[in-house]
Design a protein around this ligand. Structure first.
Ligand SMILES: [Zn+2]
Length: 371
């Protein structure tokens, strides 16, 4: 009898020890983060002046890793930490091999016409990868906009097969790894140049900011930094049914009215109304020649959040009143799809016949110019 009790107590001790260790080891399991510095080797990425994207993403990625490693219970890998060729698929396979909980792909942007500005985060279009990507991207975007960058939004992009357009998001989703692609800012636009042209320390600041967004999303704590994000309010994004498609239709509302003209100074006040129910209004611009050429896009007011926009905007432009002018404005949705407004004729001389003739001449000139 005594023997049995002895055996039972030994067994109980063993079971307790086993449970303690199994729970303990589960709690101690580290978070695995893979950071992918965009481009590398022969793939330079964007080039602007003396700046090369692959060099910039490497500086940001290393700073992000260094900062993230200050948090408890995190293991961080870079897909590559020297300048080398590496295919997009290899990067996703690397993350798989490391058993990554998330992959963050870092980039800088440039636009074809050098007219776009701001930051954007691309997320996988389907399932839990969309919802995880979107939840993280909201935190990332609030960090980026806190620097003063304009938000181009949190978006999906599909290829013609209806799959994720960006390879890194496509391959990571295929490997069951959550991922996002961060475009920090545009190299080729004056509005964004203050955010990266102050030297390497400024680029490292992007890395620290990215790491902070990750720490908030995963509710990490750092003894060395003295921060605790364990209660950070991460907004849950519902898992969508099917793929979340980009908004390819132009804003349904784009109207202008001239509310004030000062012919002495050339000041014209324009009241504009623009709305896109599928996404939001991102930029606006104006034309003084009936849409033949437009001004550089400007930021549309979006006081509420990065995924919403105001409906009305009033602004002042300067018009040389030495000939008739056909004013027209444009508004783009969150995916750079533009709509044109109604035209308004601004006439320097109150002679209807002359205005009619000059308008016809002007339109014919632009027609010839564009055909
Ligand atoms: Zn890039």
């Amino acid at each position: 009898m005594k023997d049995i009790w002895k055996k039972i107590s030994v067994l109980l001790v063993l079971v307790t020890v086993f449970f303690f260790f199994s729970i303990h080891s589960k709690a101690e399991e580290p978070l695995i983060i893979v950071i992918d510095p965009g481009h590398g080797g022969e793939n330079l990425g964007a080039e602007y002046g003396s700046y090369t994207e692959k060099e910039m993403t490497m500086i940001v990625a290393k700073a992000m890793k260094e900062e993230l490693e200050k948090y408890d219970q995190v293991v961080v890998y870079l897909t590559h930490d020297v300048d080398m060729n590496m295919s997009i698929e290899q990067r996703a396979l690397f993350a798989k091999e490391k058993n990554a909980d998330f992959l963050f792909c870092l980039h800088f942007n440039m636009s074809v016409n050098h007219d776009l500005f701001g930051a954007e985060v691309w997320v996988p279009a389907g399932g839990e990868f969309y919802s995880k990507g979107y939840s993280f991207a909201q935190i990332e975007m609030s960090e980026l906009t806190s620097l003063g960058l304009y938000s181009r939004g949190i978006k999906t992009k599909l290829n013609d097969r209806g799959d994720n357009y960006y390879g890194i998001l496509r391959y990571c989703s295929g490997q069951q790894i959550p991922s996002v692609l961060i475009e920090h800012c545009h190299l080729d636009h004056a509005k964004d140049q203050d955010f990266y042209q102050q030297g390497d320390d400024q680029l490292k600041e992007f890395g620290r900011l990215d790491a902070t967004a990750v720490a908030k999303y995963f509710r990490l704590s750092s003894t060395s930094l003295g921060v605790d994000y364990s209660d950070y309010p991460v907004e849950e994004t519902p898992v969508p049914e099917g793929m979340v498609k980009p908004d390819k239709t132009e804003p349904e509302t784009c109207r202008i009215e001239v509310t004030n003209i000062n012919k002495e100074t050339g000041e014209v006040t324009v009241s504009m109304e623009a709305e896109d129910s599928d996404s939001y209004i991102l930029y606006y611009n104006y034309s003084l020649n009936g849409g033949a050429s437009y001004s550089m896009p400007d930021a549309w007011p979006r006081a509420k959040a990065w995924d919403q926009s105001d409906k009305d905007h009033s602004f002042t432009i300067y018009v040389p009143f030495d000939q008739p002018i056909i004013l027209q404005c444009g508004a783009s949705n969150g995916f750079d799809v533009w709509a044109e407004s109604n035209e308004i004729l601004l006439d320097p001389i109150e002679d209807p016949q002359r205005i009619k003739e000059e308008k016809e001449l002007l339109l014919r000139k632009f027609w010839l110019l564009w055909h």
